[in-house]
Design a protein around this ligand. Sequence first.
Ligand code: AOS
Ligand code: ZN
Ligand code: ZN
Ligand code: ZN
Length: 426
Amino acid sequence: MKIDKNSISDYNSQYKDTFEQEFRFVSDSLEQKGLNVESVVKKISDFQVAIPSWALGAGGTRFGRFSYGGEPSSLEQKLNDIGVLNALTKSAGAVSLHIPWDIPDDTQAIKEIAESHGIAFDAMNSNTFQDQPGAEETYKFGSLNNTSKNVRDYAIQHNLDVIRIGEELGSKSLTVWLADGANFPGQLNFQNALKYTEDSLKSIYQYLPEDWRMFIEYKPYEPNFYSTTIQDWGTSFMLANACGEKAFTLVDLGHHLPNTNIEQIVATLLLKGKLGGFHFNDSKYGDDDVTVGSIKPYALFLIFNELVYGMENNPQNPSLAWMIDASHNIKDPLEDLLQSIEAILIAYAQALLIDQKDLREAQLQNDVVKCQEILQDAYRTDVRPLVKAARLKANAALNPLDAYRSFEVRKELIKERGNKTIATGL
Ligand code: AOS
Ligand code: ZN
Ligand code: ZN
Ligand code: ZN
């Protein structure tokens, strides 16, 4: 299944008139406020978010998994699915692979498929939270923090293998998420666990190629329910500092206890030049990994406000590795990803509308009411025509989800791959 340029422009032609009306209305009113609409549209169209290889099939919970027909069962098929997303949106020009789920049989062939879809290889994810068939050591009681040196070395070696595979593909970063922790009080010596983790990360870092970056993800709980060794951004930040200047903290939106002020964490890390990667999703309770923007779109907007501010004012922070880290049990995974991409672009566009100068002014005056008005004025603007304009500019579909349905992508995929499919991964 491949969507070509011509079918996209045919599809777009039927909506062009309506789009132009909508766009004129919004852009006129924004220009009147002094905003440079063209530059906003350009920024939206430049924004690329990586798709994780494991989000393309239906996920499940520990209570069961309901498969979705036509899911990809090989790396080639996963790239083809991302190719569909990228053709429709031109915002999904990267993939984030997971080793060992995505070990390429033929690296050259994989690179060619990715290239044909305009897909780059973003951060590589290592996996020391599962034992693989034939594993010589077990991660049951931890990996990089394990009390056994053999297990730690084994987990370090896995990360080095991931770097090697990533190098062959042209990736430039490694994301380390550790499930390491304890299920019960007393199980772990916290200090030793942290020390071992730091030493192990340093060993991996030592082998990181010169032009690579390492992202350290944090998470308060799950799969361990009493403690997680890298539980919060502070711990991740401390470890990134201990490793060196190529190590950064990665913020996953779902990895916070309820009501945590994520935008403030983002601002702090940007100021310190240590925000490396970003995993988008949404959540109500914990690491729910539901569709971006489906539950707390205003929080997402406030986070983007800090990101936009940082991208403009923090040269000390490198450009960020964006990824969608969501999975879904009941939706068509590709439709879900299209919804997530849309939500990300909308929040980004809204944040780009914030009048930073006026906001600074109002902050200096301590005009609290005005500050809120400025933010909410941006948030309450319907920016969808701007997102559409960005897509049109890039030859993507004006309405990706609707186009996906009208091209009957899922039906095609089921025809190609069958109805009883199990995607590799989570
Ligand atoms: C796990 O909770 C983290 O969010 C990881 O980033 C990711 O979901 C995992 O590595 C998938 O394998
Ligand atoms: Zn994540
Ligand atoms: Zn997670
Ligand atoms: Zn998550």
